[in-house]
Ligand binder design. Structure first.
Ligand code: WT7
Length: 649
């Protein structure tokens, strides 16, 4: 592949922050040598390495072999018998953790619940019995369409306990999306709630389930948690209240001894085309991956209070609210609602109230915090924090610096964690006690992760050349298939680059071996024969003092091939023509004439999915002046689109 086909990197970031010595001394992985040794061992002898790591789990029967077969069809821990729910609960009851808080939950209205490991175990056992009484058997699919309440975690672990496969559908999805997923998974039972709270309003969930069931014939029964007290229709013999069923349920329920590769869950993730992909994760490998990465990256200690602000409806919540932290016996904070309810200080109030020590959130949230102003975090005592994390998209260096200074008060290492629904757990991240961090870089691969950056022809690229990010070795927590469509699994992830896993991101590696993810390759634009990462143009825009957030997309351009269109939201200024000219100059200055914006459009907000990802495909349509034919079921606020269209030049 010729050099001009590579992705050109224009982001120049030279700041670096070493971990505080006190942090390193106490860290689970505490020196570069230790990291190097673990990483090399895992690369040279993956079976030996993961076999040793598997001693961190509790097995009913130890595996006969650690890994069999080549990627993508590698089988892990064959012959082993295990139960994920047992590892997250029962094994802690034999230790001092039995009285430790497992879940520290806060509802949006301010109600709270704390479940100790004993309590969580009891509730999980009871709900597992409820499911069994409904006829749910090992291998059956159960849909969970719920708000962020403890019953969601209970339902997940109850499924895992009896070997039922959960499919969690984020509460922001429509009835249509629920029906599609129910049908694809052939779900027998749906667990939901009357509704959930979001910015003081009730999100009706049961009503959406009712609408979906006309179109999902496989569903026999619905369990409904009473959360908001809103009106719901209960269909006799089909719909049951959670509390009625739990009333009579025994708290005695042995965890089923399952094969290592028994499916744990399906999680649907959007593909660039066609129907959503049902990413399937299995028991032992996924549990081991989430357990070890939680220990390494979040440096979990017995006394930590850990808070991941994601919704459990996304993989981040599966892996780092539920399975990873609970398997480590951690105390996990879970919050139901919005970050700006009743005001923009809510997250920091929660940090102070529960003395949160580890805080994990998304760049999009950080940019919102910046926009809301420093007065909110400054009102609260954040001195309990010792470690910060981000996930979900590349973080622009300015947002990183704000996170470091205002939230971390220059004391907390930041772990920028790169991974995907498909990878199951964190793949590339700083180790907080070891890796000097560079704002905007997710740093280095974790032990067991062997990435490369290659050209489209599969050739390894040199330092600072942008290319495709691939994985050359299998890892235990990788997806096993797309549910019901193994051909699509092979086609999507293993056909672009021979013998490698590729899930669509571009990246470069700098002279220190740090990886800089440049976003999805479909976010790459080709301007006059130069492939540019839209993320880097965005970074430059956001570095301007008046800009709050920016999304950059390409559009067909007669001369350049693709032109650069920038959607910009401002901190408080008006979007004048003068400011457009100023921003254009600013980007030219920062990146070069190559990156000169062709269009700048101001708007009050950007179209986002409920998980906070900017919907670039919609913006591409607007930039090109096309009517959109795209699926907008995950869009959070439809009025945003109309407003952005109005600002046509
Ligand atoms: C895509 C995966 C992993 C949980 C949340 C998203 C982007 C994720 C980072 C990061 C740069 C990142 C990638 C990836 N991404 N984390 N730290 N730096 N990009 O899960 O919905 O499966 O999305 O999110 O583009 O491929 P997902």
């Amino acid at each position: 592949m010729s050099a001009e086909n590579n992705i050109e990197s224009v982001l120049n970031e030279n700041r670096s922050f070493a971990p505080p010595a006190t942090f390193s001394e106490a860290a689970n992985i505490s020196s570069e040598e230790q990291y190097q040794q673990l990483w090399q061992h895992a690369k040279d002898d993956p079976a030996g390495f993961w076999g040793e790591m598997a001693e961190n789990l509790t097995w009913f029967q130890r595996p006969e072999s650690i890994m069999d077969g080549e990627m993508p069809n590698t089988k892990w821990f064959t012959g082993g018998k295990i139960n994920v729910s047992y590892n997250c609960l029962d094994r802690h009851l034999e230790t001092d953790r039995r009285n430790k808080a497992a879940l520290i939950w806060e509802g949006e209205p301010g109600d709270t619940r704390v479940l100790r490991y004993q309590d969580l175990h009891r509730e999980v056992c009871r709900f597992a019995n409820v499911l069994k009484d409904m006829g749910v058997e090992t291998g059956d699919r159960v849909t969970l369409y719920m708000p962020m309440i403890p019953e969601l975690t209970i339902a997940m672990l109850a499924c895992a306990r009896i070997g039922a496969i959960h499919s969690i559908i984020f509460g922001g999805f429509s009835a249509e999306a629920v029906a599609d997923r129910n049908n694809d998974a052939q779900a027998r039972v749906v667990v939901t709630a009357d509704g959930g709270w979001r910015r003081g309003k009730e999100i009706p969930l049961k009503a959406a389930v009712d609408a979906s069931l006309d179109k999902s014939p496989t569903v026999e029964k619905v369990v409904v948690v009473r959360r908001t007290g809103g009106d719901v229709d209960m269909v006799p013999d089909r719909d049951f209240w959670w509390h009625d069923l739990m009333d009579g349920a025994s708290a005695d329920c042995d965890a089923v001894q399952l094969d290592s590769e028994h499916p744990l869950f399906i999680l649907y993730t959007s593909g660039s085309t066609g129907k959503p992909k049902g990413v399937l994760h299995t028991s032992a490998g996924y549990l081991l991956g989430t357990t070890m990465t939680s220990k390494w990256v979040f440096d979990l200690k017995e006394e930590d209070t850990y808070w991941c602000t994601a919704d459990i409806g996304w993989i981040t919540g599966h892996s780092y609210i539920c399975y990873g932290p609970l398997s480590n016996g951690a105390s996990v904070v879970m919050y139901e609602g919005a970050p700006n309810w009743p005001d923009e200080g809510r997250f920091w109030e929660i940090v102070e109230k529960y003395q949160v020590s580890i805080f994990y959130t998304a760049p999009t949230a950080i940019r919102a915090f910046i926009k809301w102003g420093n007065q909110w975090p400054e009102k609260y005592d954040l001195s309990s924090l010792r470690l910060l994390g981000t996930v979900g998209e590349p973080i622009n260096p300015e947002a990183w610096m704000w996170y470091h200074e205002v939230i971390g008060q220059q004391r907390c290492p930041i772990v920028d964690t790169w991974w995907q629904t498909e990878t199951g757990g964190i793949m590339i991240s700083p180790l907080p006690g070891v890796t000097p961090t560079k704002p905007g870089s997710c740093a280095k691969p974790l032990p067991g992760v062997v990435p490369d950056i290659v050209s489209e022809a599969g050739v390894s690229l040199d330092v600072n050349q942008g290319g495709l990010l691939v994985m050359k070795q299998p890892w235990p927590h990788m997806l096993r298939t797309l549910y019901g469509d193994h051909d699509r699994f092979i086609e999507t992830y293993f056909s672009t680059i021979e013998d490698c896993y590729f899930a669509g991101d571009g990246a470069r590696r700098d002279e220190d071996g740090y990886i800089w993810v440049m976003g999805r390759v479909d976010d790459v634009i080709n301007v006059s024969g130069h492939r540019l990462s839209t993320m880097e143009v965005e970074s430059s825009l956001v570095a301007h003092e008046k800009v709050a957030e920016a999304a950059v997309v390409g559009f067909p351009h007669e001369i350049k091939g693709e032109g650069i269109c920038c959607f910009v939201t401002l901190k408080d200024d008006d979007g004048t023509d003068d400011l457009k000219a100023e921003l254009t100059r600013h980007v030219r200055q920062q990146i070069g004439a190559l990156a000169t914006p062709d269009q700048i459009r101001f708007g009050a907000s950007l179209p986002k999915t409920r998980s906070g990802k900017i919907m670039r495909r919609l913006l591409r349509d607007i930039a090109a002046g096309r009517e959109s034919t795209q699926d907008t079921t995950t869009l959070e606020d439809f009025s945003v689109l109309a407003k952005l269209r109005e600002d046509e030049d």
